[in-house]
Design a protein around this ligand. Structure first.
Ligand SMILES: [Zn+2]
Length: 851
């Protein structure tokens, strides 16, 4: 067993470490199966030190240990070592041996295609050497690397390098989770950046030979991020060099190690031929995100892992501001809300619900969630809305000034806002401690020129929040006259009570409300939009988010009716949609979003919320019917939209071009339902970029008429790993519901299905889980197939296994037959002996108590 009795860790048990670490020196002698790591750590006991001394360490072979040069024999356990130490400053030295070649978990030091790489967040450093592996222990690191590789990298600035060795020194104190080392046969895509104060910084993007042509965009995004952070937050980069390395085997998207970011190759490599517009946009956002961590995460870090949202919520918020500035703010906001509802609201609704700052965990890797990241970012957005943009900037400046070089808490973060604004944030803090999505209802009243809006907020009690209290909810509202003219422009209504009213006086006629503009708080607004109200806002709202929201709410209400009682698609929705699509004053990417339908999983969430049992097959059928109705109703305008949004210029992944492509492709998608496949086939033949090629192939596969194109695509791209991930995923995503599991199973027999590579595993099984009727098939085939493969993956990669288990979190929504299949799959996984701590915790939370 890896862990006989997984221990639950509580926020309330936090105790500071008894020692300061003055300096750390590490020496690596790299060998695939027997890397030696020597550490030399200067400890200084704090006055309050109680004499106990424990260093984390897992899966290490201890060769020797010394204190002040004298050999010692520490007591070893599976979690680390303890030792008698002096009460005065002392130097700890140890040598350990590790086996990177057999490290398939991809935590600590591991090998990927002959290259050495590290991943230490959250608790991977303890697999490299014995150390106080906790974020509140910060120190200056010097690293010596010995190995026969042309490129030897670590954090900080280069000190010396020569044949077979290199030395790095990082002058900025940091916790061990930000340590990184990379060694391999890599090539650099170099550039440089001059900071606002005139310092030149060398920039490198390191890739495997052959990938040099996919670096330019990532480098450009890095430079844009550096300039933006100087401009918007006054934050300059602080080392002489900034390196990014692309690695194929990586559990996450990317990691912000100080001065040496490590990226999943899918999150940084891109060329027009191999990456889609959405890939480019995602890469730009992830590069920015990791770069922004240099200040929000690295210079100011987290005291403990319960504070993860301190760095992640803030940094996600910062990267969303960046994308809004680089591209369309309205489109970015709409996409973020679609994502939030799809992932975070679903999390809130099920057994994995937890507050933005959890109060306990067994395995911290399981808390890198949509709640910590995306809801954490929404909380920052609300704070900024409440205090205003200027006060937000002042408070954030104070945060950097007061806490630079420290390991902080949410309390520290909120305190700078209190001090900068004089505002009491006690009630606001509930956003960090109460789990669940607040639900708002609204009532209107009109009396002689005074219009009143009354809101009621409710939060469902849950295990972590048994007695929910009213939260501070900023509701941005505007009022429109029936003519469509704005009567009252954006106001921030601060809802602090369970029920509260807001009045607007002196209006000459009864207005129509537009509330929660820009999605000003992560809440569900219930029963507010009648079809007439929604149709009015779809035609007239001056807030682009709410205009989109009105269309979405009409589509959703319509689909729910179709699912529940087999009714027909509603003409007024379709004609409202037609009007918006024809409005050329609107950005094409915005119009493309208007054509989108709520996801099938969102519809299941809505049905479950309303007390119904969602039927995945009925949801699928309703969405298919709606697609055909859109295609039929819009048959005159779709060919025009398709033609006028073709891009004739050379490909560029910018907002303008990608917007036009998205509207042309959304039109193609619908046109192919009524008008044959000629356009799609022609687009596949002539495409000179991946966006066009992949869309055309998707259309053909959905029509089950793309076998030869699928083969051609495979032949063309068989040597490109990232494009082949798309090839794998696409076949599952576009399979008819009844064939999804069989398609995924068949792909696992493909010679290129390297299941130990997280990207490839997710390509097939992430696609399976995202196919709503396919995964939730009444036969149980989807659940069973995924369970088989998660059982296989767990011993080699617990982290990716545990995260994929989350797709089972909605299992209790469905009918008893599906529930029985899901329960059997969960039980079967839990019955596996030696199941990892990560996976055990996830499965136990998801399964809950036996009924
Ligand atoms: Zn992050």
């Amino acid at each position: 067993m890896r862990d006989a009795a997984p221990k639950t860790i509580y926020l309330s048990d936090y105790k500071p470490f008894g020692y300061d670490v003055d300096a750390v020196e590490l020496t690596f002698d790299l060998q695939p199966n027997a890397t030696r790591v020597k550490s030399r750590v200067a400890f200084v006991p704090k006055p309050e030190a109680d004499g106990s001394f424990f260093l984390h360490g897992e899966q290490l072979k201890l060769i020797s240990a010394q204190i002040d040069g004298r050999p010692v024999s520490p007591e070893l356990s599976e979690q680390g070592l303890s030792c008698q130490v002096p009460q005065t400053p002392f130097v700890w030295e140890a040598e350990v041996e590790i086996d990177p070649a057999h490290n398939t978990a991809l935590e600590g030091l591991y090998m990927s295609n002959g290259m050495y790489c590290t991943q230490c967040e959250a608790e991977g450093f303890r697999k490299i050497t014995y150390y106080p592996d906790r974020p509140d222990v910060m120190s200056v690191f010097t690293v010596h690397i010995n190995g026969p590789h042309p490129v030897l990298l670590s954090n900080g600035n280069p000190v010396t390098r020569g044949d077979g060795f290199a030395e790095w020194h990082d002058p900025w104190p940091k916790p061990a989770y930000l340590f990184a080392l990379v060694a391999g046969d890599l090539v650099a895509h170099p550039d440089d950046f001059t900071t606002k104060s005139g310092r030149k910084v060398d920039l490198n993007l390191y890739v495997r030979p052959g990938d040099e042509g996919k670096c330019a965009f990532g480098m450009q995004a890095l430079k844009a991020s550096m300039a933006w952070d100087e401009e918007e937050y006054g934050r300059e980069y602080d080392l002489d060099i900034f390196n990014i390395v692309a690695v194929d085997d990586f559990n996450m998207g990317a990691m912000e190690n100080k001065g040496l970011n490590v990226f999943n190759s899918s999150a940084v490599l891109a060329s027009p031929e191999t990456a889609t517009d959405m890939n480019f946009e995602r890469i730009e956002a992830i590069i920015a995100h990791e770069y922004f961590h240099n200040w929000t995460g690295n210079r100011i870090t987290c005291r403990d892992w319960f504070q993860l949202c301190l760095k992640e919520g803030l940094t996600v918020y910062r990267d969303s501001q960046f994308t809004s500035d680089m591209r369309s703010a309205a489109v970015k906001r709409i996409r973020d809300v679609i994502d939030l509802r799809g992932r975070q609201f679903a999390e809130d609704q099920g057994p994995l619900a937890h507050p933005v700052r959890p109060e306990s965990f067994q395995e911290i890797n399981n808390f890198y969630t949509a709640t910590v990241y995306e809801k954490g970012a929404e909380v920052i957005g609300m704070l900024r809305r409440l205090v205003g943009a200027d006060a937000y900037s002042k408070a954030v400046d104070l945060y950097f000034e007061r806490h630079d070089g420290q390991a902080c808490t949410i309390e520290d973060w909120l305190k700078v806002f209190e001090d900068a604004t004089g505002r009491n944030l006690d009630q606001f803090k509930l956003w960090y401690s109460q789990a669940g999505t607040p639900r708002l209802t609204m009532k209107e009243a009109w009396d002689k020129g005074t219009y009143t809006l009354q809101f009621t907020q409710k939060l469902k009690p849950s295990e972590t929040t048994p007695d929910p209290q009213p939260q501070v909810i900023p509701i941005v509202a505007g009022l429109l006259f029936p003519s469509g003219k704005e009567a009252v422009s954006d106001q921030v209504l601060e809802l602090t009570e369970a029920t509260q009213s807001f009045s607007f006086e002196g209006l000459k006629e009864r207005p129509i409300p537009s509330v929660l503009r820009g999605f000003s708080a992560p809440v569900v607004l219930e029963n507010t939009l009648t079809p007439e109200h929604a149709a009015f806002l779809l035609a007239h709202d001056t807030d682009p988010f709410n205009r989109w929201e009105a269309g979405r709410s009409l589509a959703k209400a319509n689909l729910l009716n179709m699912i529940r009682n087999g009714s027909e698609p509603d003409e007024s929705y379709l004609s409202g949609l037609g009007t918006v699509l024809a409005d050329r004053s609107l950005d094409p990417s915005y119009r493309a979003l208007m054509l989108g339908l709520p996801s099938q999983s969102d519809l299941a969430t809505a049905l479950f919320d309303a007390g119904d049992v969602p039927d995945p097959d009925a949801i699928w059928t309703a969405c298919e019917t709606m697609g055909h109705a859109q295609a039929g109703h819009l048959k005159d305008i779709l060919p025009i939209l398709f033609e006028e949004n073709q891009v004739a210029e050379a490909y560029a992944p910018n907002a303008d071009q990608s917007g036009r492509r998205s509207l042309a492709n959304a039109s193609l998608w619908l046109l192919s339902l009524t008008d044959g496949l000629d356009r799609a086939r022609a687009q596949f033949e002539t495409a000179d970029n991946m966006t066009q090629q992949l869309t055309a192939l998707s259309v053909l596969l959905r029509a089950q008429d793309g076998a030869s194109e699928l083969r051609a695509f495979e032949t063309q791209w068989s040597s490109d790993r990232l494009v082949m991930d798309k090839w794998f995923a696409l076949q599952v995503v576009q399979a008819p519901p009844a064939e999804v599991s069989a398609t995924a199973l068949a792909l696992t027999a493909h010679a290129d299905f390297n299941w130990k590579n997280p990207n490839r595993f997710r390509a097939v099984f992430g696609a399976l889980a995202s196919h709503h009727p396919g995964f939730h098939s009444a036969s149980g085939a989807g659940y069973n197939l995924l369970a088989d493969w998660l059982i296989k993956l767990d011993p080699i990669n617990p982290q990716t296994t545990a995260r994929m288990c989350a797709v089972f979190q909605t299992w209790r929504r469905y009918d008893t037959g599906r529930q029985a299949h899901a329960r059997a799959a969960l039980d079967r996984m839990l019955a596996v002996s030696d199941l990892s701590r990560d996976t055990t915790e996830m499965l136990e939370r998801i399964r809950g108590d036996s009924i």
